[in-house]
Design a binder for this molecule. Sequence first.
Ligand code: KIV
Length: 300
Amino acid sequence: MSHTQVRPTDMRVSAPKVTARTLLEKKRRNEPITALTAYDYPTARIVDEAGIDLILVGDSLAMTVLGHESTLSLTVDEMLHHARAVRRAVSRAFLVVDMPYGSYHLSTEDALRNALSFVKQGGAEAVKIEGGHRRASLVEELTAAEIPVVGHIGLTPQSVLRMGGYRVQGRSIPEMEELLGDAAALEGAGAVALVLEGIPRELAEQITAAARIPTIGIGAGPGCDGQILVFHDAFGLTFEPLAKFARCFSDGSALLREGVERYSEEVMARRFPLDAESYHLPREIASSAVMPTTPVSRAS
Ligand code: KIV
């Protein structure tokens, strides 16, 4: 926004606030839950105004916005900075903030402190943590501290080093059993929803049927209670080839590139700015003889 532009009035209609309970009711009514990531004020505002149910300030921020190779290096302070911007934009969606790698791995006390900062300073309505049954006691502790938790199982990007790459999970009977157990353990510990990432659709359907809490899939097929995509993948702002599960719904890069090129052409041809886009002196000064004279440069 330019400094002189008047801030437009808030165009958002007063739609009911989405909470964890709304998501649960949607699952009960078999109504799809919509979710997207967002990392800054303008994109979060677009997503919220479009009526998306859940906005995740995902740690994919490290890759999509900050240009890192994985999510591992993201810090709590970086996440807080983006969460605050998103918070200022969101009025309807359920706002979930991802806990970065290392922010919940040292001790329960450290995890609680970091999660509380996401709620108190970042305005999170829930935090998301990656991992299965081993995270159940942490989910219980966070829930006991009144912090709703979204679990995340399957292909968990923070496990990239242990997994040796981003690999689809749950393709064997023991892995399927483990993931079914993970989902049950997280639900039992009080998780309000589960992200299922990078698992066979048949397994996601089985987890979804067994779970009383909503499942939100990414690369987990159509049988989940909801779907989430990374904003930059969905709107053409990712520079690498997309994963099989991602779909580009509009080509944001092409649109922006075309706009930038048009701007450059107009400036080069001196067609921007026009007179109508310029400020003017008051007529009495512009037409008067008292216009200040330009000082002559004394530089030799
Ligand atoms: O960080 C992220 O964007 C995520 C989604 C892939 C669910 O965790």
